[in-house]
Design a protein around this ligand. Structure first.
Ligand code: CA
Length: 230
């Protein structure tokens, strides 16, 4: 029997704790709840959980500070649970090392999907060398992209951009993360070049670029590519 995945939930709202615990335990996860940032950090060191679910609004320490502290010693996935709807706060959390975020109120199936995605990316030995979703296939080794079986021709930058998103499929990548990964840290902070390249990619891979099926815009935050089926 494989050991259960350990999840540490740091959340001060008791009803949300109970709801998440019940849903995750029925899906065979082991859940431990902490109701303050301090308790969360102390349980984090004793339990070494596989995944953290972290509320940003905690009674003692700000969730962002908890995240920063966690990131000094663990690279295990942290999914931020936030009632905050401001884009900038999500961007700050993602750029500070959160793997993803989920906004309250959320459904169980959405939470499960985010946890599975985060776990998949934290276990790189199972990383597929093929991206496949719907009619779109990217073979990273052959550097070949096909849509409905026909080859899609991308420029070098478009290819780098699409593979970055595909290798992180299911997760949101912030504009600044993408800019830094593709154009380096000294590029102008204006996202125009990114938008132009994304528009070109969408024209090539999306049937209806205004209603994308593969690469979604998270307004004010970044892009998220449809999770690979492989
Ligand atoms: Ca809270």
């Amino acid at each position: 029997m494989t050991p259960k995945t350990n999840i540490l939930l740091i959340e001060d709202d008791k009803s949300i704790c109970n709801f998440i615990t019940a849903s995750l335990e029925s899906a065979n996860y082991r859940v431990t709840c902490a109701q303050t940032g301090k308790e969360g950090l102390s349980l984090a060191t004793s339990l070494c959980p596989d995944v953290y679910l972290l509320d940003l609004g905690l009674p003692d320490i700000d969730g962002m500070d908890v995240l920063t502290k966690l990131r000094t010693w663990t690279s295990n996935p942290v999914i931020v649970i936030s009632a905050r709807t401001k884009e900038q706060e999500k961007v700050t959390a993602l750029d500070a090392g959160a793997d993803d975020y989920i906004t309250k109120p959320f459904g169980t199936s959405e939470l499960m999907a985010r946890i599975r995605t985060a776990l998949r990316h934290s276990r790189p030995n199972t990383h597929a060398r093929i991206y496949k979703a719907g009619d779109l296939v990217i073979d990273f080794e052959k550097r070949l992209i096909t849509l409905e079986g026909s080859e899609v021709h991308l420029t070098q930058i478009e290819y780098q951009l699409l593979t970055l998103l595909a290798e992180n499929s299911g997760r949101v990548l912030t504009y600044s993360y993408i800019m830094n990964a593709i154009w380096g840290p000294y590029v102008d902070n204006n996202n125009q070049i990114l938008r132009v390249n994304m528009a070109n990619i969408r024209r090539k891979i999306e049937k209806s670029p205004a209603q994308p099926k593969y690469v979604f815009t998270e307004i004010g935050i970044g892009y998220r590519m449809l999770e690979s089926e492989t």
